[in-house]
Design a protein around this ligand. Structure first.
Ligand SMILES: [Zn+2]
Length: 184
């Protein structure tokens, strides 16, 4: 990323991904903070997860949260990034499943209106949605989503304590595993 993208390529403002296809500056939706080409690739990745929903459905929430965390911008609502980071924390630190994370998001959205903003980390992404999109099989896709989400959560290391505090302040007893229902 030290060198400018080749002519005829676009650079994603969120993840830095360089992809073929120029675009007018106006085609970057500031709320999305992604190049049109990166957003399209994300659509293909989530479409693949729906096609292979039995194998990959459980990874879908991780994909959504990793992509949102990677494309955090100042223009979007604070809840978007807060939920992405909460989702990554619950999945990767606490072992919640995708549907448990979705339940947590829903419960939080219904109870709290105000969400803090988090400053973007200075470290650049080491993996992007491109790494997932270029997987050759559902198994490889699953493995790469996990690596991608972990690398993105690691990139947000400076915010880990604040995210943990936020979750502690807004407890989710009803959706935490192992208390009201057995896992799996
Ligand atoms: Zn991107």
């Amino acid at each position: 990323m030290d060198q400018p993208a080749p002519t005829g390529w676009s650079v994603c403002p969120g993840c830095g991904l360089e992809l073929p296809g120029t675009e007018a500056a106006g085609s970057v939706d500031p709320r999305r903070n992604a190049s049109a080409a990166c957003w399209q690739l994300y659509g293909e990745v989530t479409g693949y997860e729906l096609q292979h929903v039995i194998r990959l459905g459980r990874y879908h929430q991780l994909t959504v949260d990793a992509y949102a965390a990677q494309h955090a911008g100042d223009a979007g609502p604070a809840i978007g990034l807060a939920f992405a980071l909460i989702g990554l924390h619950l999945a990767l630190e606490e072992g919640l499943s995708g549907s448990e994370v979705r339940d947590a998001h829903q419960a939080l959205a219904g109870r709290f209106r105000d969400w803090p903003r988090f400053a973007a980390p200075s470290a650049l992404p080491t993996m992007t949605v491109f790494d997932v999109a270029s997987a050759g099989s559902p198994d490889e896709h699953a493995e790469r989503v996990l690596y991608w989400a972990r690398s993105e959560w690691e990139r947000w290391q400076p915010a880990h304590d604040a995210v943990a505090r936020l979750i502690a302040e807004r407890p989710l007893r009803e959706v935490r595993p192992g208390r009201t229902s057995a896992r799996h």
